[in-house]
Ligand binder design. Structure first.
Ligand SMILES: Cc1cc2nc3c(=O)[nH]c(=O)nc-3n(C[C@H](O)[C@H](O)[C@H](O)COP(=O)(O)OP(=O)(O)OC[C@H]3O[C@@H](n4cnc5c(N)ncnc54)[C@H](O)[C@@H]3O)c2cc1C
Length: 423
């Protein structure tokens, strides 16, 4: 391997977006992925939303109450596994510390800046290359069953975005005008917020489009290649060891999502990112009546329901339970119940047994902000920790990182996300 190539570890949204942006700015890239295909982990069947409107981290006061009240309960949208608690202790303390009003607001503002920038780069990439990934640009809508929660959400969104997010506040009638399929449950709703500028799509199909662009534009992607070790000499990268060969590199970008921490541990670097397990369930909906047209988010349960072409996907659950990738049937039931509670008429037409259940791990930092940039080891960069907004922030994080690496002027201030704030 030539010493003039940047090697990217991990073929999820962050790795592919990084490879694309670097390639685009004139770099030689090689992406290494351990699975037989790209985007088979967290980037596979996520909720499919590109939502700067949802930029708050997951440590608001009400989220924390939900996490603790979920201990020992299988029907809670958020769950903390007590067995996993000791390894979470210090991370958890910092997670709690960042839930103070001032830090939460500051982190939300930084999160929003990156998400907004990222959405713009995603759009430019889509239009420039004619990408197609069951995408739709008709916005998203948050629905609320409790008026005080609706008011809180409006207030915090205005604060962190400096009132720059386009949002339409809706009463019960307005919600049903936007999404007639919600008519059956309108009596239970306090209202909603429409975010016309949000977008949706299938993240896996987006990744395959990026893969195709990278391969056809001269970048290389090797699947079935696991990185065993990053080699370091005198505090600079010296290459890396895969399950087959040793490779030299000009620079290395670690974008291995929830697995990045283990890889960095070997170098005595402590990446404060933890996996937060989520589930999705995808049903075929082609030809069925009462299908929704717009993606909705139920703020109180962190549940999303997204129409994706001829499919409908319900997504949710946040489990602090390590990297246990078993699909638990009670979680699948939970998602089906969510679908039933929102779209009863559509639900009654589905063939439940044919629904495709999936789980993935959101790589979550304690302050809700990713780690982007060079570590203490010269030539070793990271792009990790986008958490529940990893698609929303992927193109922006990658564009920012590529500018940092190439010494270009960055489009947004990189400081809040820099990797050396911890590594
Ligand atoms: C249920 C759920 C719903 C979500 N919904 C949304 C949403 O609507 N909008 C949004 O913006 N975000 C959403 N997210 C978050 C988003 O999906 C993730 O943040 C994003 O996919 C993370 O991308 P990643 O590239 O960091 O990690 P991953 O996609 O996990 O990719 C990491 C890659 O690294 C590879 N790897 C690991 N170790 C090695 C090794 N040693 N050698 C080689 N390769 C390795 C893995 O195989 C994997 O392919 C959701 C996540 C979940 C779980």
């Amino acid at each position: 391997m030539d010493k003039d190539t940047t090697v990217i570890i991990g073929g999820g949204l962050q790795g592919l977006a990084t490879a694309y942006c670097l390639l685009h700015k004139g770099e030689k890239v090689l992406l290494l992925e351990r699975n037989e295909d790209v985007a088979r982990e967290a980037s596979f069947a996520n909720a499919g939303m590109i939502t700067p409107s949802h930029s708050t981290p997951w440590n608001s006061f009400s989220d924390i109450v939900q996490i603790f009240s979920g201990i020992g309960r299988k029907d809670s949208p958020m769950l903390l596994n007590l067995r996993y608690l000791p390894s979470m202790f210090f991370w958890g303390l910092r997670f709690l510390r960042n839930s103070s009003k001032s830090r939460f607001l500051r982190n939300s503002q930084h999160s929003y800046q990156l998400a907004k920038y990222s959405k713009q780069i995603t759009k430019e990439t889509r239009l420039k290359n004619g990408l197609s990934y069951d995408d739709a640009q008709n916005g998203t809508m948050k629905i609320f069953r409790d008026k005080s929660k609706l008011d809180q959400s409006i207030e915090i969104t205005k604060k962190y975005s400096d009132s720059s997010i386009d949002m339409k506040i809706l009463d019960q009638k307005g919600v049903v005008e936007v999404e007639p399929a919600l008519a059956d449950i309108s009596d239970h709703l306090a209202g909603g917020i429409l975010y016309p500028e949000d977008e949706i799509g299938d993240a896996y199909k987006f990744c395959k489009e990026l893969e195709n662009l990278i391969r056809t534009q001269g970048g290389r992607i090797h699947v079935n290649t696991e990185i065993k070790k990053i080699l370091v000499y005198k505090n600079s990268i010296n290459g890396l060891l895969t399950d087959r060969v040793e490779i030299r590199a000009k620079a290395i970008v670690l974008a291995a999502g929830s697995w990045s921490r283990e890889i960095l541990k070997q170098l005595k670097l402590n990446l404060p990112v933890r996996p937060v397990k989520g589930y999705s369930l995808t049903h075929q909906s082609g030809g069925l009546k009462n299908c929704p047209e717009i993606a909705i988010l139920d703020e109180s349960t962190h549940t999303a329901i997204t129409p994706l072409g001829k499919r409908i996907r319900v997504t949710g659950v946040a489990e602090f339970t390590g990297l246990d990738d078993d699909i638990h049937i009670d979680r699948v039931d939970y998602l089906n119940n969510m679908l039933l509670s929102v779209y009863p008429k559509l639900y009654s037409q589905l063939t439940l047994a044919e629904g495709k259940a999936w789980c993935g791990f959101r790589p979550m930092s304690y302050d809700g902000l990713p780690y982007i940039g060079e570590t203490k080891i010269k030539g070793l960069y990271v792009n990790v920790g986008q958490g529940h907004l990893g698609w929303t922030k992927a193109m922006g994080s990658a564009s920012l990182l590529s500018d940092i690496m190439l010494g270009n002027k960055t489009a947004i201030n990189p400081k809040p996300y820099l990797a050396n704030r911890s590594l």
